[in-house]
Ligand binder design. Sequence first.
Ligand SMILES: [Zn+2]
Ligand SMILES: [Zn+2]
Ligand SMILES: [Zn+2]
Length: 184
Amino acid sequence: MLHNRTYYDSARICKNGHLINQHIQLHPETNPDFCNECGQPTFTICLHCKNPIQGCRHTERERVTSFNQLTNEARKRTDLFCQQEFYKIPSYCNQCGQPFPWIEARLKAAKLLIEEDEQLDIAEKETLILNLPDIIVETPNTQLAVSRFKKITSKALTVTGEGLKNILIEICSEAIKTILWPNP
Ligand SMILES: [Zn+2]
Ligand SMILES: [Zn+2]
Ligand SMILES: [Zn+2]
């Protein structure tokens, strides 16, 4: 019998969302406590549920390299297929659904910025804040969230609109990015 196995390594990511190591098990030697890009602490687990942050997807495939006709024994080896080029830093923990620190910090910063805006009324501010999670990741509500975001930010101060762009552009999906900010 030949076996195939798919599993995920775990990842180390800094508080600001820089990828430090997507192979904690395969490459435990690359494990700094602080990010060399921004100096922030790095994490390997979700701070809410303590489960590991999902890393690179691996498939192991066993294959027969030779066959001994006398003993009927197969020699096998296992090949590892690493899909590191497809790795995307997760926004939310897949074990408890809470946002990771790099998302939480941006949501908080965006919220503070919106609350400071004098041109928006309380209802507009609330709507904008409630729609932020659907701007960050694609959900069934994204289209609605994007149109509300556009409408409300067009009334807001320029500094709010620009600030929100800076905070969100790095973490939202390509599709959302092209709709909201077509000319970067
Ligand atoms: Zn960093
Ligand atoms: Zn890998
Ligand atoms: Zn979690």
